[in-house]
Design a binder for this molecule. Structure first.
Ligand SMILES: *Cc1c(COP(=O)(O)O)cnc(C)c1O
Length: 224
């Protein structure tokens, strides 16, 4: 199978899951989670029509994406891994969407960088809050009980354009309760975007209202 075939099959599976559930979103972005994948394969995926990609590390993205972005300006690049405050400037230069805001200090650094460049109003960046729905110590994300405060802070103090919420359910647990929790949290804050669902659980995520599935291995095969 070529990557074009894989994208077609994946899209059909998503469409089926979508039509099966009253909770599903009208439009679902299929993001290629491209960590560990080389530039030639990404090029093929873009040529095959994939528009959104997610990288976990600023440094890795810097080695792969500047050239691709120039060649394909309409691609949307998402940061889906943890962000250190000292990498905020580089991240904002490279990514359109930051999906992993999980603490005030990081939100502050992002807002400061946008303000310094007077782009907070005109910026096309979009931001997600990552929620640690499974309360896993080793995992990034704001704890569920601290999420309301962080959302309010980002909005009222920093005027960050928040688009939605993101989560990565714990490995080995049924993902549905996590997706359901994230959805209710987003609804309660009037946030329309839900980044949830990966290779193993994207059909469940779509049925529960995901607007952005982040697919790595099911699209690109095993990582290098
Ligand atoms: C790697 C990664 C994915 C994709 O994982 P697969 O299981 O390969 O689909 C999605 N989201 C995040 C945050 C990731 O780090």
């Amino acid at each position: 199978m070529t990557i074009a075939d894989t994208i077609k099959t994946l899209s059909a599976t998503i469409e089926k899951a979508r039509s099966d559930s009253p909770l599903s979103a009208r439009h679902i972005t299929v993001m290629g989670a491209s960590k560990g994948q080389g530039e030639p394969l990404l090029r093929q995926a873009i040529e095959a029509g994939l528009t959104d990609f997610g990288e976990n590390r600023v440094q890795e993205a810097e080695t792969k994406w500047p050239g691709l972005r120039k060649a394909y300006p309409s691609v949307t690049l998402h940061l889906i891994g943890p962000l250190q405050t000292n990498k905020v400037r580089e991240a904002l230069g490279l990514f359109d969407v930051i999906q992993t805001i999980d603490r005030k200090k990081l939100a502050d650094a992002i807002a400061k960088e946008l303000t310094n460049h007077r782009i907070i109003e005109s910026s096309n960046h979009r931001f997600f809050i990552q929620v640690n729905t499974g309360r896993e110590e080793q995992k990034a994300g704001v704890l569920p009980e601290e999420t309301d405060t962080l959302i309010d802070y980002c909005r009222s103090q920093l005027h960050l354009p928040l688009a939605g919420l993101m989560c990565i359910p714990p490995i080995g647990q049924p993902p549905a309760p996590h997706f359901s929790f994230l959805r209710s949290l987003a609804v309660s804050h009037g946030l329309s975007e839900l980044s949830m669902g990966m290779s193993e659980d994207y059909e469940t995520a779509v049925k529960m209202g995901s607007t952005c599935v982040r697919i790595g291995r099911a699209l690109f095969g095993e990582r290098l």
